[in-house]
Design a binder for this molecule. Structure first.
Ligand code: HPA
Ligand code: ZN
Length: 350
């Protein structure tokens, strides 16, 4: 295994790696500073006295303890400008690290507070189109259903969103499933996923973060997703693991999220490297970077440090992220070639 001469050398290598972010909740990019700024702008009262007091509350014990704060934070988002500002702040931060981003958003978190779905789409889309123009950073939107709500609610939000599909056809290509996993199995959403499939959307779902490997299997068989968000608990079921390897089903793994939500006690124990070495199409992503202490490059850097990943394996993770993206083959190919050139130019023998 090669090693880096310094932390900076590792960070520089990771930053320059051509790669994609595939598991990112835009509401999870709201930094405390922006939460307070939007609260002031919109006259929303917060339960925390200061940005620091809010940040101090980010001591999570599990997924639900995070989600409670995440939904409270999102309550400051009211206008199109708010959604635009949030998304642009993320895109500005990530454009040096990513060539392509696939962004999840939870419309129900906003429509349930009386924000029109048109407002959500318009703000996110204008930021993404600006990022495409300004930084050449392309991306897609993944409309995600909240699994703690009913399937009827998911059908309702889909109906609200469908009239906007043509207007945002360049961005909205996929459907996802997030929020509280335990007790909300994939089968609850089988019919709405079948409908989304008929409509031609690409499909992903969170599974095997806190939930059992059976949820990963059911996401594949009942929801027919192409990609699993998290999926780290798949390792507990050898048959499932073989299937994921054989089918090259991508897992969008989020190391710092898993650490902060206590899916693992220490990053050194994370199974990312084991899964990669067994031939799974694992990718590295940031999930909710404002809450978990790191954006895309930080997740690569921390994983590399804790799991002794060298240039070759970091390159493999970046290659997987391009392969697992929803980009058409014609757009994947130049990225893969750029990655090949980058790895050739930055090999340790040089
Ligand atoms: N898991 C489930 N739901 C979520 C997450 C997550 O990591 N982040 C935002 N919503
Ligand atoms: Zn997630």
């Amino acid at each position: 295994m090669d090693s880096f001469s310094s932390d900076q050398a590792l960070r520089d290598f990771v930053t320059g790696l051509p790669k994609a972010e595939l598991h990112l909740h835009i509401e999870g990019t709201l930094e405390p500073e922006m939460i307070f700024e939007l609260a002031r702008r919109n006259g929303v009262k917060l339960a925390y006295a200061s940005e620091q007091a809010l940040r101090d509350a980010y001591a999570f014990t599990d997924l639900q303890s995070f989600l409670d704060l995440y939904y409270a934070g999102a309550s400051v988002l009211l206008t199109e400008r708010d959604f635009h500002d949030m998304a642009l702040a993320y895109l500005e931060r990530v454009h040096a690290d990513a060539r392509h981003v696939e962004i999840m958003f939870d419309p129900q978190t906003h429509t349930d507070r009386g924000v029109a779905i048109e407002t959500v789409f318009a703000g996110l889309a204008s930021a993404m189109r600006q990022a495409r123009e300004q930084w050449g950073l392309g991306g897609y939107l993944i409309l995600s259903f909240l699994r703690h709500l009913s399937e009827a609610d998911a059908f309702a939000v889909l109906e609200q969103a469908l009239p906007l599909r043509d207007q945002y056809a360049d961005l909205w290509v996929a459907i996802g499933l997030d929020s509280s996993e335990r007790g909300n199995p994939p089968e609850k959403f089988a019919r709405v996923y079948a409908r989304c499939r008929e409509l031609g959307f690409r499909l992903v779902a969170h599974a095997g973060e806190e939930g059992p490997p059976a949820y990963v299997r059911d996401a594949l068989d009942l929801l027919r997703v192409e990609r699993i968000d998290h999926g780290v608990r798949s390792e507990e079921d050898p048959r499932l693991l073989r299937r994921l390897i054989e089918q090259r089903t991508p897992l969008t793994v989020c190391p710092l999220s898993n650490l902060k939500l206590r899916v693992v006690d220490e990053l050194e124990q994370h199974n990312l490297a084991r899964l990669l070495r067994q031939g799974l199409c694992v990718t590295v992503n940031s999930d909710d970077p404002a809450y978990f202490g790191g954006y895309l490059a930080d997740n690569y850097v921390e994983a590399a440090r804790s799991l002794s990943l060298g240039r070759r394996e970091l390159g493999a993770l970046a290659r997987n992220s391009i392969e697992a993206s929803f980009l058409p083959d014609g757009k994947k190919k130049p990225l893969q070639e750029e990655l090949d050139r980058y790895l050739a130019a930055n090999s340790p023998s040089r």
